[in-house]
Design a protein around this ligand. Structure first.
Ligand code: AMP
Ligand code: ZN
Length: 142
């Protein structure tokens, strides 16, 4: 897509610090890292969000992310854990509309976190939600 910054990176029209370059997937350092080593894994084929992403591209993005997470842990960077994070939609915090998987290296006390207050629904509520979702998931069977 012509006005997409990540497509520009894929095409070599914008700079990136590339970690992995494969036929369908590329990974590069996030320009504003949350922690040292924070990087993004993206499909080369443009998809603005999960609804547009071919599942085979999603599988390749995740597999690359898993591999890079192992490499991060084995690297000299100070890493005790890794968060994978994907924002799908404005309400989820998505700012760049080309699907990307964040890999955020973690250490205790690094200041990174997701602000959330866990709720305590009872089993009836959980079962009701699960039942509605089961039907919806069935409708999305490929
Ligand atoms: P999100 O909020 O999940 O859409 O995250 C978008 C991420 O892309 C942010 O962490 C940005 O710092 C990062 N980003 C935006 N432009 C670039 C760029 N040109 N190169 C590397 N990372 C970028
Ligand atoms: Zn794009």
């Amino acid at each position: 897509m012509s006005n997409c910054i990540f497509c520009a990176i894929v095409a070599g029209r914008a700079p990136a610090s590339v970690v992995l370059d494969e036929p369908d997937v590329i990974a590069f350092m996030d320009i504003r890292p949350f922690t040292p080593g924070h990087l993004l894994v993206i499909p080369k084929r443009h998809a603005s969000g999960l609804a547009e992403l071919p599942p085979e591209d999603g599988a390749k993005v995740f597999a690359a992310g898993q591999r890079i997470a192992a490499a991060l842990r084995a690297s000299d960077l100070p890493i005790d854990g890794v968060n994978m994070f994907l924002a799908d939609g404005v309400a989820a915090g998505q700012e760049v509309f080309h699907v990307h998987l964040h890999l955020v290296p973690r250490r205790a006390g690094d200041g990174f976190g997701i602000v959330a207050r866990a709720q305590s629904p009872n089993r009836t509520v959980l079962d009701g939600t699960a039942s509605a979702l089961r039907a919806a998931v069935e409708a999305y069977r490929s």
